[in-house]
Each structure stands twice: as structure tokens, then as C-alpha cells.
Design a protein. Structure first.
Length: 375
């Protein structure tokens, strides 16, 4: 996007509404593509729409509409939308000040998770087990959230964390590019977790249940392009029996499938999208850009395979493992505890025929002193 050989013009300016408004005034673009600019792109697009800049200069939001971004990023609107389509969400309350956060925690019961709205990498969020921790985390979350809004949510720490990468076009055609399983459970940010694609411990029933839910959610949101959906899936009954009251042991299993919750949706190309692209050979960013200008999935060639259309779901007969990398060589005194805030600054990825081989290969790719997990 910043290559002068591709872009007509490149601006190196602060990413603020005032600066972007001046660029729009000068360049008069027909459209804006917020979903390829990460969390910053989404937030700026919403701010520009709220300020009336997009309407003033007749700039169209390409791909995912602004209302859809609001619905996915605003915790209150997102929760309401999921309840309307019958998808399960953990018990939660929206808080806009400390008093509301305390009341929410008392109503749900500790421990709780704090999730600020419109932030990247879980910034400002955390896992609170005491009211003192709640006060500390919620105050930070309210300060860093552009909407000054946090979600106080029942903790499902220890459940499986499963992600689906989904694509949808303007004609409502949907596919799942791949699903990924976090080796670390809920309570650890997916960017700080070892991730494997495809999932290794889901039964076919569980896989299909979450796949159907993913497609239902992306259709309800109206996302046009790529979308990452995160689920919390209760562990097996044998594990659940060891849990305290309120854990998965108290929850109802249907048709032999464990209960699940929808945790979050990223209505954009994300880090997980990059992993899914590399893992499957499906060019998510390219396909999302084509969809944004009106092409349908069955009209876009998959340039990687050269034989299939973008409407063809990839199938993996190999394993892909991602391991995060933390910059403790540069920040030796940094806090090394992992939680709902992402701290990794990079990652490695390895492909092999089985999980064990891919995991060992990824460990070697980290280029730390260890040659393998066993050495």
C-alpha cells in the first residue's frame, strides 16, 4: 500500500481525522477501504463517518459498511446482534464508568474479563479475580477505549479457543477459509498463544457446529471481505467435572456437542488472516480487495492454485503451527505474564505432515538458544 511503484501517491502523515480529512479534500477519492488498515483503519473510518467527512466529500466505504464495523467493534451493539440471531454469548454488562464496572462484576461474580471497545490486541483489558484488580484494569480500559466503553464479561478461562477465518461477498456467498485452534486456552490472547491449523481436538460435529455459527454471524453482520471469528468451546466432560460451580460442568450439552460462546469478531484482515493465508495458500487480502470493488467469490480466480475460484474452500492435509515471539532480549525487565493483552511482537510459522513435527520446526525457527522443546 505504501509502495510508490503501486500507489499513485503516498502520504507520511499522522493518522488523525483532521489529517485524513485534508487528504480526502485534496485527493477526492471515490472510496475508502478500511478493512485492510487493521484496527487503526477501522477506528479512523468510524471517526471520519461520525465527523461527517465521508458524506461531505461523497466517499463510499468499500467492502464492509461503516454500520457493520460499528456493530462488530461496539461491544453493546455486537452483543445485541448475537442475541437477536440466537448465538450464545457469555453473561456480560457494558460499563462506561467505574461504578458501572463494579456493579457488573458484582452481578456476574468474580472472576471476570474486561474487554475495552475499539482497541487492538486486547489493549487495556485483563482478567480480574478481585475487586482491586477490577478497579485497576477497568480504569485503564475506560481510558484507552476511544468510545470510553468496556465490556465486563463472565470469565471462561480454561475453555478451548477456536478461530474461524470466513469470507463473504456482496451476493451473500460465504466460505470458511480455515479454522485454527489455540493451544493455550481462553484467558491468553490469541496473539500470545501457539496456534495450529487445522484444529486438532474437535470432533466433526463440533467443527460443523462452529462453522455454521461462523457463517450465520458473518451474514448477520453483513461483512464483505474477510472476517475472523473467535469462539470459546467448553472442554470435554471429563475435564469439566473438575471445574468449580459456574464452569462447563454446569452447562448443557446438546447432541453430544459441548456448549460454546462467541467471544469476538474482527471485521477486517487481521494477524490470523495472514496466518490463514499462508497456511492454506488462499490469498485473503487479494480476494477481500476484489470483493470490496464488487466482485463475487465465484468470479475471482485463486492465483495461488491457478485452477480454482475463490469460492472453493481450501482443505489441508498437513499441519501449520504458529509460535509467538516476545522481545525480552530487547526489554529484559518487561512483564512476562501472559493474559488477555497481547505482548508478542512477532511470530514464526512452520508446516509439516503432523503437529509434533510442525511444532518442533517452529521452535527451531524462533532462533533462540533452544534447538527444540526437548533440548
Amino acid at each position: 500500500m505504501t509502495d510508490e511503484g503501486i500507489a499513485d501517491i503516498v502520504y507520511i502523515e499522522p493518522l488523525t481525522v483532521d489529517v485524513i480529512a485534508r487528504v480526502i479534500e485534496r485527493e477526492r477519492p471515490d472510496g475508502l477501504l478500511p478493512t485492510l488498515g487493521g484496527q487503526t483503519g477501522l477506528n479512523l473510518a468510524v471517526d471520519l463517518a461520525n465527523a461527517g467527512i465521508l458524506d461531505k466529500y461523497n466517499v463510499r466505504s468499500l467492502g464492509t459498511p461503516i454500520d457493520t464495523i460499528r456493530k462488530a467493534e461496539d461491544r453493546e451493539l455486537f452483543k445485541r446482534m448475537l442475541e437477536e440471531i440466537g448465538e450464545p454469548v457469555p453473561e456480560s454488562y457494558i460499563a462506561r464508568n467505574m461504578n458501572e464496572a463494579r456493579r457488573a462484576a458484582q452481578a456476574i461474580g468474580l472472576p471476570v474479563v474486561i474487554r475495552p471497545a475499539y482497541t487492538l490486541g486486547g489493549t487495556g483489558g485483563g482478567h480480574a479475580t478481585t475487586m482491586e484488580e477490577l478497579a485497576f484494569i477497568a480504569s485503564i480500559g475506560l481510558a484507552v477505549s476511544p468510545a470510553h466503553q468496556v465490556l465486563v464479561e463472565k470469565s471462561v478461562a480454561g475453555w478451548k479457543e477456536i478461530e474461524y477465518e470466513v469470507m463473504r461477498d456482496g451476493a451473500d456467498n460465504c466460505i470458511t477459509v480455515c479454522n485454527m485452534e489455540n493451544i493455550d486456552p481462553m484467558g491468553v490472547h490469541t496473539g500470545d498463544s501457539i496456534v495450529v491449523a487445522p484444529s486438532q481436538t474437535l470432533t466433526d460435529k463440533e467443527y460443523q457446529m462452529l462453522r455454521s455459527a461462523s457463517i450465520k454471524i458473518i451474514k448477520a453482520l453483513g461483512v464483505e471481505g474477510g472476517c475472523n471469528i473467535q469462539f470459546a468451546l467448553a472442554p470435554h466432560k471429563m475435564v469439566a467435572e473438575l471445574w468449580p460451580p459456574g464452569g462447563s460442568g454446569d452447562l448443557h450439552w446438546e447432541n453430544g456437542c459441548p456448549p460454546y460462546y462467541v467471544i469476538e469478531v474482527n471485521p477486517r484482515v487481521s494477524r490470523s488472516s495472514a496466518l490463514a493465508s499462508k497456511a492454506t495458500g488462499y490469498p485473503i487480502a487479494r480476494v477481500a480487495a476484489k470483493i470490496a470493488v464488487g466482485r463475487r467469490l465465484d468470479e475471482i480466480w485463486n492465483q495461488v492454485t491457478g485452477k480454482t475460484m475463490a469460492a472453493f474452500e481450501p482443505a489441508l492435509d498437513y499441519c501449520v503451527v504458529k509460535i509467538p515471539r516476545w522481545p525480552f532480549d530487547k526489554f529484559a525487565s518487561g512483564d512476562r505474564r501472559i493474559g488477555t493483552q497481547m505482548k508478542a511482537t512477532g511470530e514464526v510459522m512452520a508446516i509439516d505432515r503432523c503437529f509434533e513435527a510442525a511444532l518442533q520446526k517452529a521452535v527451531r525457527s524462533l532462533e533462540t538458544a533452544a534447538k527444540s522443546l526437548l533440548w
